[in-house]
Write a protein that binds this ligand. Structure first.
Ligand code: UDP
Length: 257
């Protein structure tokens, strides 16, 4: 059946979600708009929407092949994907392999410190409150998810990490940390939202160059180039552990830090 966009359901910082003529099916439209620090910093990253749409689709397919249920159905265009409509759980699930960002601030550990066993953190998805950190007891108190749902989310977040980390490593990318959102559809849970340089920290495996939204957050320059570089490595099939890396250095214009 031909899919058509209908009413706008929601407009966020980086995406617009539309209802469609098919019940239970939505379109995610990816914008070039970028925000950071709870929308205190605003800007545009030219071409970001196309890259985040294509990259999310590619990674959702990798996860689906490994039997992780995701909301992704298919790509419609450069900036649009067709997805199952989910009732999004108001928890941001973060997985960390290397100390960075807020974890460095909170612990005093240096950015780049490896974490032996990946860490899962929970944050309350609330712009009004500035996404505060939660533990399992807070989730229960706020009735954000049942204990069973929360256990599944944490287990699935770690499974996603164990799939994506080597997948990205083969392309010369270090998966430092990332944010996931899950939602309900009927009695089942699914991975929703997106997986992109907006929601992951990705560093070049060797030089540790930042190839993600930190370039925008921290005014490092070369933002568009970083997104393009990640995309290029993802769509290029790997030929060895460092193949992406070697090719990238040939034409990279991203300033080192
Ligand atoms: N993240 C995100 N959305 C948020 C907060 C964090 O996608 O609202 C991602 C961020 O890009 C990083 C990871 O989650 O990959 C961990 O972020 P952190 O807690 O270090 O916060 P930040 O330093 O970005 O404020």
């Amino acid at each position: 059946m031909h899919v058509e966009a209908r009413e706008k359901l929601y407009e966020g910082k980086a995406k617009i979600v539309y209802e469609t003529n098919q019940p239970g099916v939505i379109i995610q439209y990816f914008k070039d708009d970028a925000t950071a620090f709870n929308a205190l910093k605003k800007g545009t990253i030219v071409g970001k929407g196309v890259i985040n749409n294509r990259m999310s689709a590619a990674l959702f397919e990798v996860l689906q092949r490994a039997r992780v249920p995701t909301h992704f159905l298919r790509t419609l265009s450069d900036r649009e994907m067709l997805c199952h409509r989910l009732d999004i759980i108001k928890i941001e699930t973060i997985v960390r392999n290397i100390v960075a960002g807020s974890l460095a601030k909170r612990t005093g550990l240096e950015e780049g410190t490896p974490i032996k066993q990946p860490i899962v953190e929970l944050y309350y998805k609330s712009d009004a409150l500035g996404d505060p950190m939660l533990n399992d007891d807070h989730v229960r108190m706020l009735r954000l998810a049942t204990p069973g749902e929360l256990a599944w989310m944490k287990r699935t977040a770690l499974k996603i990490n164990s799939i994506l980390r080597p997948h990205l490593a083969r392309r010369g990318l270090l998966l430092v940390d990332f944010k996931l959102e899950f939602g309900r559809r009927g009695r089942k849970l699914y991975l929703g939202d997106e997986i992109s340089p907006d929601t992951c920290r990705l560093w070049d495996s060797r030089s540790k160059e930042r190839l993600d939204k930190d370039r925008f957050r921290r005014d490092l320059g070369g933002v568009e180039e970083a997104y393009q570089e990640v995309f290029r490595r993802l769509v290029t099939e790997p030929h060895g552990p460092d193949s992406g890396h070697r090719r990238s250095n040939a034409g990279s214009r991203i300033p080192l830090q």
